[in-house]
Design a binder for this molecule. Structure first.
Ligand code: NAD
Length: 414
């Protein structure tokens, strides 16, 4: 049978297995296998050449039994309804894993921001908010940044929502600039959470992080901060990549130099000649491999060639189910996306709490609270995986889905 590369159906399969292991019946799976709500919208945008282009956007709300839904908005040419649905389910799992009072949500617009001017992007961002405004809000569904969206886009969206609501609503969206109620540490939260997971995983398998050889696929928000944190910690980042290729230096790359040269889309390899491919990068000899770019990167085609001892998924869905099984059977410790990249939503939650209180925390406070959430979540999932002799992905799904399932039952939905 061909490998399942469909993120939505492969996520459904793991959710079903997790619910079965937790003892829930088929009705619970029927409730949780799809978002409760999915809105598809058409967004007309006046382009700089005065023509009008109509974009398609989505907002999925997976389940709000626990609390309002929460999740990023992605601007990417590959955005589809199924991808947004799968991502909203992952947000439910992430919120459950780090114990946040939210369900999962996600949004996206099929577009290529790399080919759009700032003015066009602003009009698209505002148009998206107008199109989904009826179902989002600080107590309903709270968006955030994702691939190719950033603090500026969040600021436009917050401004648009505040106009519609006729009320200054910083808690409508997270990942905002600091002056608009953003949280200290939000921009680096995902990478910080991944770093904490890497450190915890390294302890479990006995890797000394000083001098540990790390390969990171993707040099965007998640990948670049991660490279910086790990190299500051004394690890050797020997490979990084972007959409155009990869850089490899067995003696360690100069991360500060690369950070200085990368553009806002996380592109840097185009400045160099001696590049390798992303596929070669994934198979490099290293201790720790971090896919931090896009989905379906480790499949049954290359899982046998992965040489890392630990794979930590900063990206969403970079490893297929079949590859997960191969890595597990080969004794490679895989820290799944829903756990490893939960730092972003955790600090997004902190941002929302600070907005609701109107009282702001220091970077140290944010960092300390994030550290505790991530370490507790890692330990919990590692223990479930060890006790039940299952891989960490299934363990993470079991932990992640449990709260929403319980809340749905208490509410009398199932
Ligand atoms: P980003 O847009 O800032 O960067 C993406 C990086 O991946 C860029 O370097 C880009 O060049 C590279 N890339 C794109 N296509 C590629 C390809 N085909 N092959 C190799 N590299 C490619 O995005 P980000 O915010 O860093 O997110 C990266 C991943 O992490 C995504 O899967 C995202 O969903 C996940 N994630 C991000 C956050 C966050 O807070 N930023 C939180 C949770 C999960």
């Amino acid at each position: 049978m061909a490998e399942n590369l469909n993120l939505f159906t492969s996520t459904q399969a793991v959710v079903q297995e997790a619910l079965q292991k937790l003892g829930y019946d088929e009705a619970m799976y029927e409730l949780l296998k799809e978002p409760l709500r999915m809105l598809e919208v058409r967004i007309p945008v006046r382009m700089d050449d005065n023509t009008v282009k109509v974009f398609t956007g989505y907002r999925a709300q997976h389940n709000d039994a626990v609390g309002p839904t929460k999740g990023g908005v992605r601007f990417h040419p590959g955005v589809t309804d199924e991808e947004v649905k799968a991502l909203s389910m992952w947000m439910t799992l992430k919120c459950g894993i780090v114990d946040l009072p939210y369900g999962g949500g996600k949004g996206g617009v099929t577009c290529d921001p790399r080919e759009m001017s700032m003015g066009e992007l602003e009009r698209l961002s505002r148009g998206y908010v107008r199109a989904v405004s009826q179902i989002v809000g600080p107590t309903k569904d709270i968006p955030a940044p994702d691939v190719f969206t950033n603090a500026q886009i969040m600021a436009w969206m917050m401004d648009e929502y505040s106009r519609i609501d006729e009320f200054n609503s910083p808690g409508f969206i997270t990942g905002k600039p600091l002056v608009l109620g953003g949280s200290q540490g939000r921009d680096r939260a995902t990478a910080q959470g991944v770093t904490i997971c890497i450190n915890e995983a390294a302890k479990k398998v006995g890797i000394d992080m000083t001098g540990a050889r790390v390969v990171i696929q993707g040099f965007g928000n998640a990948g670049s901060f991660l490279a910086k944190f790990l190299s500051d910690q004394g690890a050797k980042v020997i490979g990084i990549s972007d959409a155009y290729g990869a850089l490899h230096d067995p003696n360690g790359l100069d991360i500060d130099y690369l950070l200085d040269r990368r553009d806002s889309f996380g592109t840097v390899t185009t400045l160099f000649e001696n590049t390798i491919s992303n596929q070669e990068l994934l198979e490099l000899d290293c201790d720790i491999l971090v896919p931090a770019a896009i989905e379906n990167q480790i499949t049954s085609d290359n899982a046998h060639n992965i040489k890392a001892t630990i794979v930590v998924e900063a990206a969403n869905g970079p490893t297929t189910s079949e590859a997960t099984k191969i890595l597990h059977d080969r004794g490679i410790l895989l820290v799944p996306d829903v756990l490893a990249s939960a730092g972003g939503v955790t600090v997004s939650y902190f941002e929302w709490v600070q907005n609701n209180q109107g009282y702001y925390w220091t970077e140290e406070e944010v960092s300390e609270k994030l550290h505790k959430k991530m370490v507790d979540a890692f330990e919990n999932i590692y223990n479930v995986a060890s006790t039940r002799n299952i891989n960490m992905r299934l363990a993470a799904y079991m932990v992640g889905v449990r709260r929403t399932a319980e809340a749905s039952r208490f509410r009398g939905w199932v």
